[in-house]
Write a protein that binds this ligand. Sequence first.
Ligand SMILES: CC(C)(COP(=O)(O)OP(=O)(O)OC[C@H]1O[C@@H](n2cnc3c(N)ncnc32)[C@H](O)[C@@H]1OP(=O)(O)O)[C@@H](O)C(=O)NCCC(=O)NCCS
Length: 169
Amino acid sequence: MQLRNVSADDVDAYIRMRCDPVMMADLGGPLPRAGMADKVRRDARQAAADLAWLKMIIPDPDVPDLVAGTVTLWSHDGDSGPVSEIGWMVLPEFQGQGLAKRAVRTLLEQARDQDRWGVVHAFPATGNAASNGICRSVGFRFVSEVDVTFAGRVLRTRHWAITPRTDLR
Ligand SMILES: CC(C)(COP(=O)(O)OP(=O)(O)OC[C@H]1O[C@@H](n2cnc3c(N)ncnc32)[C@H](O)[C@@H]1OP(=O)(O)O)[C@@H](O)C(=O)NCCC(=O)NCCS
């Protein structure tokens, strides 16, 4: 498994992840296809400028165009200052192989090694057993249940937090 920056050519993978009702069931439902090419271009620019870590999960390094999913670490404004957040998705044909967990751990190892991002937060939907399992087994601590707004929709989530320097398992 390898991680590489998202590029403007990853539109198909974005559409298969973000515009699919099953993939988006715990994320408020599918997003419209119309905005996806622009979204990928914006994300590719952000990744190239190292403003956020927007990574594609590549199961076989010899086939860099074959994408299994994404893992993303970025900063946004919270109520009391900037918040670092990580999120992830793995396409159905690649699920259940431990890829999401390895990708999340790999990105948090980079955060630890570069001493960047501080405390990292994750907000999986309360019913998303796999994602909550990833948080638990990678070393996040459970904070509380919270409602969060994602793409304009309110979701009930479990808030987890990790300090990669000390907590990563
Ligand atoms: C959630 C998702 C990322 C899991 O990806 P994955 O690569 O299949 O996950 P992994 O194989 O790394 O498994 C992670 C853990 O969850 C467990 N798990 C996997 N699928 C599960 C399921 N359906 N129910 C319960 N546990 C599950 C695994 O056993 C593993 O736990 P372990 O470490 O104790 O063995 C993937 O299903 C997905 O992208 N779903 C749609 C989008 C989404 O919900 N994204 C997350 C939003 S927070």
